[in-house]
Design a protein around this ligand. Structure first.
Ligand code: FAD
Length: 424
């Protein structure tokens, strides 16, 4: 299994900035990306609000520049989709469609995707009048007529923002009352350039090279109509891209990952940055800032980990000690740490299947628990002395005494639970 000091999931602005800071701090850094680098930036023609580019910069160009800068300092990039995480031990295991990887610190920068309306024309006209970001694209609609779909805070606030540019903004909302907070609603109702179409849904978006009209239906009367518009801004929500780490999602915040101001999640050594985390303003500049903060703290975390456990990761990962009758007292009974002893046999299929699991857990719990294997075919006397009568048998020792045992049918889950119980 390849190992890194820091693995970053996602090569959007948050992940690429984290990679820049991490690699520049001389940490062995890997960025995993399932698609093109740049994330949502690549979905917009022009970014006009990222500092340093007074004439604006195309999303694709900014993405390429950010990637080049991170790679220049030694960050590696791999094309792989992250499927799941194993955060149990001291090491973080990242399972991808191209194999497993290990790291000391993990930065989740997998972003979010705007929830689409799902109506005909939406996908075809995306980037040609259909937009999911008014702060980004409003300036292209100076003097135009635009539609905003949604009724929550984001939709109403962005509709208000658009009135600074557009000649008229149609706010299309499926209900007869807005969900936005009172003060935002009051502002919207007082804004002469904002017209609200109540009880209305968008059935389709029409156009050729660009958006020309929206097809609407009034849910109350059933009446269908069409409104000519140059742009449609969709605010029916964002979905965080974090299905691979469900355990970290905060269900009470729309499943975004909750962090503190250092970008730390509730799991030590695991950080979340950018659009995937619970925050107010989801923009390139705030994603980049999150990445810088997380990488700085991840760097400190890695140094602390290396001080506690100075072995190179590869060595730590193969740190399974072979115990025998001769060294058992010294290595197991007199050990200052809890010890897991795996009694196995060369003809025992389940034992052999568990060996890679034990190796992985030994790496994960390095510094907290010692892992030993005993070949019971070569150490029969020791097995009999310890009343090991069936294989596989895992014995747990603490303070020289056996405190727990797993025998017969068990798997990774049971082993982890028993380790955690022994560690207390
Ligand atoms: C159309 C549009 C226009 C925009 N315009 C602007 C603008 O002008 N200015 C501005 O500041 N902001 C703009 N934004 C918002 C801005 O792009 C986002 O806030 C920003 O990109 C968030 O960055 P991020 O790195 O957190 O996530 P993302 O940009 O979403 O990047 C996340 C990356 O992680 C990858 N990923 C996700 N899951 C996995 C996985 N399981 N395995 C591997 N990789 C994974 C994704 O493929 C993606 O590349 C716009 C957004 C959109 C949609």
């Amino acid at each position: 299994m390849d190992s890194y000091d820091v693995i970053i999931i996602g090569a959007g602005p948050a992940g690429l900035t984290a990679a820049l800071y991490s690699a520049r701090a001389k940490l062995r850094t890997l960025v995993l990306e399932r698609a093109a680098s740049g994330g949502q930036m690549t979905a917009t023609d022009m970014i006009e609000n990222y500092p340093g580019f007074p004439e604006g910069v195309s999303g694709a160009e900014l993405a390429a520049l950010m990637e080049r800068q991170a790679l220049r300092f030694g960050a590696e990039r791999r094309s792989a989709a992250v499927l799941s995480l194993d955060l149990e031990g001291g090491l973080r295991i990242v399972r991808t469609d191209k194999g497993d990887l290990a790291c000391r610190a993990l930065i989740i920068a997998s972003g979010a995707t705007p929830r689409p309306l799902g109506c005909p024309g939406e996908a075809e006209l995306r980037g040609r009048g259909v937009s999911y970001c008014a702060v980004c694209d409003a300036a292209f609609y100076e003097g135009c007529r635009v539609a905003v779909v949604g009724g929550g805070d984001a939709a109403v606030e962005e509709a208000l923002y658009l009135t600074r540019f557009a000649s008229e903004v149609l706010l299309i909302h499926r209900r007869d009352a807005l969900r936005a907070t009172k003060i935002v609603q009051e502002r919207a109702l007082a804004e002469p350039r904002l017209k609200i179409l109540w009880d209305t849904v968008v059935e389709g978006i029409r156009g050729g090279d660009a958006v020309e009209a929206v097809d609407l239906k009034n849910l109350r009367t059933g009446q269908r109509s069409s409104e000519p518009v140059d742009g449609v801004f969709v605010y029916v929500g964002l979905s965080p891209s974090n299905a691979f780490c469900e355990a970290l999602r905060a269900e009470d915040s729309g499943s975004y990952i909750r962090t503190d101001e250092h970008m730390r999640t509730r799991v030590p050594g695991v950080y979340a940055v950018g659009d995937v985390r619970e925050k107010e303003l989801r923009q390139v500049v705030t994603a980049a800032a999150d990445g810088a903060i997380a990488a700085t703290h991840a760097g400190k975390y890695v140094v602390e980990q290396c001080t506690e456990n100075p072995q190179p990761l590869e060595k730590t990962m193969s740190a399974l000690l072979e115990a025998t009758k001769e060294n058992f007292d010294a290595e197991v009974r007199s050990c200052g740490q809890p010890v897991l002893v795996d009694f196995w046999g060369p003809r025992c299929g389940p034992c052999l299947a568990l060996l890679p699991v034990v190796e992985e857990l030994a790496a994960g719990f390095a510094g907290r628990m010692k892992f030993c294997t005993v070949n019971s075919a070569e150490n029969r006397r020791l097995a009999i002395d310890l009343k090991v009568m069936s294989l596989p048998s895992f014995l747990f020792f603490k303070g020289g005494q056996e405190v727990a045992r797993l025998q017969g049918e068990f798997g990774r889950q049971e082993i982890v639970e028993r380790i955690q119980a022994v560690l207390g």
